[in-house]
Design a protein around this ligand. Structure first.
Ligand SMILES: [Zn+2]
Length: 304
């Protein structure tokens, strides 16, 4: 006997069909942005936060990804990203200064490594004794503003104050700085003008970065003579420095003082003759913990 009853199928049920179509549409709406922008949050540089002052302790505020829009400049100060010369040398720079690390100073003394620190005045004030020690080990302190704002978001007078104020404070550590590294690599022609009026001669950017034990360069050719290498004073930077020294040695490069080279001098070149041992994990912080607690509490109270 023929089955004249229409077969009930899931797709024949209008209500079920509507529910299914709704579910599929919802999935597409959720999945589409993820498929279109898979790396967005991973590689995007820090976004300007007008009014916010200072990176969180331990945060790396500068990175290679911030260089793209500011590679060209011909203003009142000289802007440099690397410093090629007749010697096969690179330059080591360290930013911010919230987490000083005495093992870095020990390394500088042991191997006579020239290091330039672009220091935030607020961070410097937390550990002034440490920065005197850093300078006595051959370190150079240069300007990274008073409180690390996005300079291009400030009115010109505030820009100049952010740049000029640390110059007076840093005088206690040695020569008055004439190099500026703008926080987050953020500058434009008015920042250049403000820097010049404050007495800055050079805006020093970077073209290589040591981060999470990995060295990356803008030119993607490994470390090259003249590269200006960026590190941050973050926990674990002592281990990163040891790894960097081994990379520099393997490339048969030396390390020279950035400021002396900019001034036209011929600084002594640090050359490592053998690899340096790298511990499996970073050594602990050696600056008194109380100082760090103070810094962290202050940062928390700022909501950073
Ligand atoms: Zn910074």
């Amino acid at each position: 006997m023929p089955d004249d009853q229409p077969r009930k199928h899931i797709y024949g049920n209008p209500r079920l069909r509507q529910v299914l179509i709704g579910l599929v549409t919802l999935c597409i709406v959720i999945a589409l942005p993820i498929l279109l922008y898979p790396q967005r949050t991973a590689i995007e540089p820090l976004q300007p936060r007008p009014g916010s002052h200072g990176p969180s302790p331990g945060q790396r505020s500068e990175s290679l990804t911030q260089l793209g829009s500011t590679l060209k400049s011909g203003g009142p100060v000289q802007v440099i990203y690397n410093l090629p010369g007749k010697e096969r040398v690179v330059y080591i720079t360290m930013d911010d200064g919230w987490f000083p690390n005495e093992d870095i100073v020990k390394l500088m003394r042991e191997y006579r490594i020239p290091v330039t620190t672009f220091l935030i005045e607020q961070a410097a004030r937390e550990h002034a004794a440490f920065w005197h020690e850093f300078v006595s080990a051959g370190g150079r302190i240069e300007d990274h503003t008073f409180s690390h704002p996005f300079l291009t978001h400030l009115p010109p007078a505030a820009e100049e104050s952010q740049i000029a104020r640390p110059l007076a404070y840093f005088r206690q550590f040695g020569p008055v700085p004439d190099e500026l590294r703008p926080p987050y690599g953020d500058f434009n022609s008015t920042v250049e003008q403000a820097a010049r009026e404050a007495g800055i001669k050079y805006i020093v950017m970077w073209d290589a970065e040591m981060e999470q034990s990995k060295l990356t360069t803008v030119h993607k050719q490994g470390l090259q003579p003249g590269d200006i290498i960026l590190l941050h004073w973050v926990p674990g930077v002592d281990r990163e420095m040891l790894q960097l020294l081994n990379i520099i040695r393997a490339k048969n490069l030396g390390i020279a003082d950035l400021s002396q080279t900019l001034a036209g001098g011929s600084p002594p070149i640090c050359r490592l003759t053998s690899p340096v041992p790298v511990p499996a994990t970073s050594t602990h912080q050696t600056v008194p913990e109380a100082a760090y607690r103070g810094t962290q509490m202050r940062q928390k109270s700022k909501g950073a």
